[in-house]
Design a binder for this molecule. Structure first.
Ligand SMILES: Cc1cc2nc3c(=O)[nH]c(=O)nc-3n(C[C@H](O)[C@H](O)[C@H](O)COP(=O)(O)OP(=O)(O)OC[C@H]3O[C@@H](n4cnc5c(N)ncnc54)[C@H](O)[C@@H]3O)c2cc1C
Length: 412
């Protein structure tokens, strides 16, 4: 590859940093530029709702690399710089300040953003979303200053924030429109485990909650009013109602967008010089035979590495089993696999669900393992992934029986 080539990466977070790192590791000696609108060094987000939010991790611990690393690897880091347009004909991007930057190849790792609540009062002070390290700082301060927190949305972010607020001693009311937390992602069998976990830790869970308004006084949120008239008093409101991929740039540039920037298994869009990876990408997954968009840390860690190698002309494709993890109170879990909402036949448990020490398997109609979640059970993730990858029917009695090693079921 020519020294004159410029590889430009838009989005300086985990995905962007990993792509830049891979380009250098693969021997690319042209220009690598990483442009990001945030002012912090590229960082990882999971701790923002866990250790960092709870004040147990330092800011430096979330950075992908220290500042010197970028200089040492001749990676130009342009932070606090927002890209506002892509000119595909000219092979240039435009920045908010009017500057332009050329590219030979362009990688979009510009991630996703929290979905805003569109309700009266949503703009009040004291209404928080969590995406950036700055958001996490503000929520940590709000938790410290408050005694009552309302959390809107019982997804992963909402649940982890609820746990952080409870651990800090606040009263927490968790408001969720569905009948259980994480219902769409996990289905009722395992969602109940998370409802019980939070109930046992003193969270006031309100399911089927339709929020009418965030109430306030003096410009600051002071509670939530539900459609049935119920009022919940709160000193701060944390909103976690999902995210949307940041597809505006790609769409305006005429690239195909369908719940993410549509790319092939090599992470390339229909424009041979533009790729996308991480939260923003809807990538064809060879294992599942369809495009999927994955909003997880492991995907942001690994997929951009494949994208970078494919941009260098290497014959690679991305087919890892989706993986994510969560920590709430004393519950740690890992989930591997892919299940569309409601897209499974049954859940099989192995272990002790009551003690929250088990592995759950989501089975398809052919008896194959679509996904597995190990809860407070460790060192089984490789086997769970192998079961998902095998796509073979598995003996359910054996799957339930913790005395039968999971390895022996792979490909059975
Ligand atoms: C609080 C929190 C906790 C999480 N916990 C977990 C967890 O426990 N387990 C798990 O698996 N996953 C977790 N995730 C999800 C995981 O962090 C994401 O999947 C991951 O951050 C995606 O990385 P990315 O690089 O694709 O995009 P992002 O991290 O979204 O980064 C994209 C970057 O691009 C920038 N950008 C966007 N548009 C532009 C533009 N026009 N110009 C310049 N820059 C731009 C953004 O500001 C951002 O810095 C968590 C996420 C959050 C927010």
């Amino acid at each position: 590859m020519s020294k004159d080539a410029t590889y430009l990466i838009v989005g300086a977070s985990l995905g962007g940093a990993k792509a830049a790192e891979t380009l250098r590791a693969a021997g690319f000696d042209g220009q690598v530029t990483l442009i990001g609108q945030e002012t912090d060094l590229p960082y990882e987000r999971p701790a923002l709702s866990k250790d960092y939010l709870q004040g147990k991790a330092k800011r430096e611990s979330i950075y992908v690399h220290p500042r010197e690393w970028y200089d040492e690897h001749s990676i130009t880091l342009r932070l606090g710089a927002r890209v506002v347009g892509i000119d595909r004909a000219q092979h240039e991007v435009t920045l908010e300040d009017g500057d332009r930057a050329g590219y030979s190849k362009l990688l979009l790792t510009n991630g996703s953003s929290p979905r805003p609540l569109r309700l009266p009062g949503a703009e009040l002070d004291g209404v928080h979303y969590l995406r950036t390290v700055g958001d996490s700082d503000l929520i940590r301060a709000a938790i410290a200053e408050s005694s009552r927190i309302a959390v809107v949305g019982a997804g992963w972010i909402g649940l982890e924030c609820a746990a952080a607020a409870r651990l800090a001693g606040d009263e927490v009311t968790l408001l969720e429109a569905a009948e259980l937390p994480l219902l769409r992602v996990l289905g009722p069998e395992v969602a109940q485990v998370f409802a019980a976990l939070h109930r046992d830790h003193g969270v006031d869970l309100r399911f089927g909650a339709q929020i009418a308004e965030i109430t306030g006084s003096g410009g600051h949120a002071d509670g939530v009013r539900l459609a049935d008239g119920t009022r919940i008093e709160a000193d701060a409101v944390i909103v976690g109602v999902g995210i949307s991929p940041n597809t505006g740039l790609a769409e305006a540039a005429g690239l195909e967008v369908s719940n993410g920037v549509r790319v092939d298994a090599q992470l390339r869009s229909a424009d041979p010089d533009i790729s996308a990876a991480g939260d923003v990408a809807s990538a064809f997954h060879p294992l599942f035979g369809q495009h999927i968009r994955v909003e997880h840390w492991a995907n942001a860690l690994n997929q951009p590495q494949t994208a970078a190698r494919a941009m260098l002309g290497q014959d690679v494709s991305y087919d890892r089993v989706p993986y994510f993890y969560s920590d709430q109170y004393d519950l740690g879990m890992e989930y591997s696999g892919y299940v569309e909402p409601g897209g499974y036949d049954q859940v099989v448990f192995r272990g002790d669900v009551g003690r929250r020490e088990f592995v759950a398997f989501w089975l398809g109609s052919g008896g194959q393992v679509l996904a597995g979640m190990n809860v407070n059970v460790w060192d089984v993730n490789d086997q769970v992934q192998a079961l998902v990858r095998s796509r073979q029917p598995v003996d359910q009695a054996a799957l339930r029986n913790p005395d039968i090693p999971l390895e022996s079921l792979i490909g059975s």
